[in-house]
Design a protein around this ligand. Structure first.
Ligand code: ADP
Ligand code: DP6
Length: 303
């Protein structure tokens, strides 16, 4: 099999931030996301020409640690007696910078394994496998998806045409992974329990807002939820933050646009980069206005 398998990034409007259970993975709170169709990973698997498994992202050989993380994950569902493989993957988005490369990468990897090893898994089975590799990846299989505390992944249908663009603050690999960061917050943040209560509440309000196509409500909940998630890092022991001065400048741009009557909101994941949420029909206007204020890179995320 020589063709690439594709996986997409997704950004949560209500975040997954902590595992209630590790095997199988269950989130502490229900969460919900929008898929970013232009931010993707393509992955293919070929027979390794060495005596070891190999893992490349964007032609760069990955560390032993990265390799064993990925191989430990796929060994749970691929045949036991197998030849050594080479995983060749390309991310069209920055890797490990808070733009959800873990979800696009894991989705592409799971589909590539399904192809290479002829596993013949259904979409539902692939979704269920994917979340064991990276929790958020299970949501990438649908345009909008929720992942509930009992492990269920549901497609969310909506009449509202949501879109995002990224104000890139820093494309470099973050120092602390999402996995590690959420674990620290679960174990040490003084407001972690409050986060779980709030996120559950945000989730049901978000479902309601989506059902009513109430963009203002969707945006307000998304912003508030993201900020609360980041407050858990500041209340961790020791405290830490993914947000930089540039992140706050990008947030200010969103607020400025809103003051001008342009409807848009922000969300931020485990990294400094800021995503602007808006309705697709306003993209040209928002891009034009943002460009006047943000001189660094901007990524449009929808086809
Ligand atoms: P991000 O914010 O980009 O999702 P995370 O810290 O959550 O960052 O996840 C980064 C991890 O995702 C990487 O260390 C790697 O294990 C995994 N990942 C990224 N890209 C790929 C890929 N193309 N294939 C497989 N796994 C990937
Ligand atoms: C902040 O899904 O990358 O992006 O399950 O440990 O692989 P693991 O974590 P991951 O965490 C995503 C965290 C987030 C919020 C979200 O996407 O919901």
């Amino acid at each position: 099999m020589d063709s690439f398998s594709i996986g997409y990034a997704n950004i949560a409007l209500v975040k997954y931030w902590g595992k209630k259970q590790k095997n199988p993975v269950l989130p502490f709170n229900p969460n919900l996301s929008l898929r970013l169709d232009k931010l993707k990973t393509k992955t293919k698997i070929i027979k390794s020409s060495s005596n070891d498994d190999e893992f490349y992202i964007n032609d760069e050989k990955q560390s032993k640690e990265e390799l064993s993380k990925i191989i430990n994950f796929i060994n749970k569902f691929i045949p036991k007696n197998r030849e050594k493989i080479k995983i060749i993957s390309y991310n069209s988005l920055p890797t490990a910078a808070g733009l959800s490369s873990s979800s696009s990468g894991t989705m592409a990897l799971v589909i590539a394994c399904n192809e290479y090893f002829n596993l013949n898994k259904s979409k539902e089975e692939l979704i269920s496998i994917a979340k064991e590799g990276s929790g958020s990846s299970c949501r990438s299989f649908y345009k909008m998806a929720s992942w509930l505390e009992d492990g269920t992944v549901k497609e969310i249908k909506s009449d509202i045409n949501l879109a995002m663009m990224v104000l890139v603050v820093n494309e470099n690999r973050k120092e602390i992974s999402s996995r590690k960061a959420m674990e620290i917050c679960v174990n040490t943040s003084s407001n972690y329990n409050d986060w779980v209560c709030k996120a559950k509440n945000d989730f049901s309000n978000m479902l309601d807002a989506i059902k009513k196509s109430d963009f203002k409500k969707i945006g307000e909940i998304a912003e508030d939820n993201a900020l609360y998630m980041h407050s858990t890092t500041k209340k961790a022991n020791p405290p830490f933050s993914f947000l930089t001065n540039e992140t706050y400048k990008a947030i200010d741009i969103v607020k400025k646009l809103r003051k001008k009557g342009i409807e848009c909101y922000f969300t931020i994941d485990a990294g400094p980069n800021v995503k602007i949420l808006y309705q697709r029909e306003n993209q040209d206007l928002i891009y034009k206005e943002v460009k006047k204020l943000w001189t660094k890179k901007i990524i449009l995320c929808m086809e």
